[in-house]
Design a protein around this ligand. Structure first.
Ligand code: FE2
Length: 197
């Protein structure tokens, strides 16, 4: 799916600046990972990231279930919405609000960075610079081990997600996964609200 279409579609269902920024952040991070892993269709990863919370503003209590209905219905307007895309979107709610498990490597990264980018964002906001440009992994790790900090970011999901990623990518560790997410957010930091303009 073209990222331009994904933006247009998201704007039909999400108006909150905070949620739009979160969707954009996850999109930017998935695009980074797609490039890193040499994926042929980076735009697909980017579009999944952008659309993963398409139902959350209107249907927070039916998250990931309504997403499937919305995306199925929008197939008439956007024929590029594939079953693969719908599966990916649903799988980020695995064991939280739906039973679709992440299978593809992209889905495992989405599952992880959905929470991890929130923690990194909070870490950046806690800095004098309010930026990811000078944020280091060790600072994120320290905050990761402080449950009261950004308590809404689910550490168990991040931990489980990183295990899923490590099973897919040889020789990667938690530090590198976090570092990659920081680097990804740096690629578009001002737009994501985490950079010195
Ligand atoms: Fe999300």
């Amino acid at each position: 799916m073209k990222i331009k279409d994904a933006h247009e579609l998201l704007s039909k269902y999400v108006t909150s600046n905070t949620l739009q920024r979160h969707c954009l952040t996850v999109s930017v991070v998935l695009k980074y990972w797609a490039n890193l892993l040499g994926e042929p269709d980076c735009e697909f990863w980017e579009s999944v990231g952008l659309l993963h919370d398409i139902d959350y503003e209107q249907f927070p209590n039916e998250h990931c279930k309504k997403a499937k209905e919305i995306l199925e219905a929008e197939k008439t307007n956007y024929p590029d919405i594939s079953n693969e895309l719908i599966h990916a979107v649903q799988s980020h709610g695995w064991k939280i609000c739906c039973d679709v498990a992440p299978v593809h490597i992209m889905e495992k990264i989405l599952y992880t960075v959905d929470e991890l980018t929130g923690l990194i964002f909070a870490c950046a906001m806690a800095r004098p610079s309010r930026s990811v440009m000078d944020l280091e992994v060790k600072s994120v790790m320290k905050k990761f081990k402080t449950p009261a900090f950004a308590a809404g970011c689910n550490r168990e999901i991040i931990t489980n997600g990183m295990e899923l990623i490590k099973a897919e990518i040889p020789n990667i560790d938690n530090n590198e996964i976090i570092q990659r997410c920081i680097l990804a957010m740096r690629t578009n930091a001002p737009l994501l609200g985490v950079g010195v303009v």
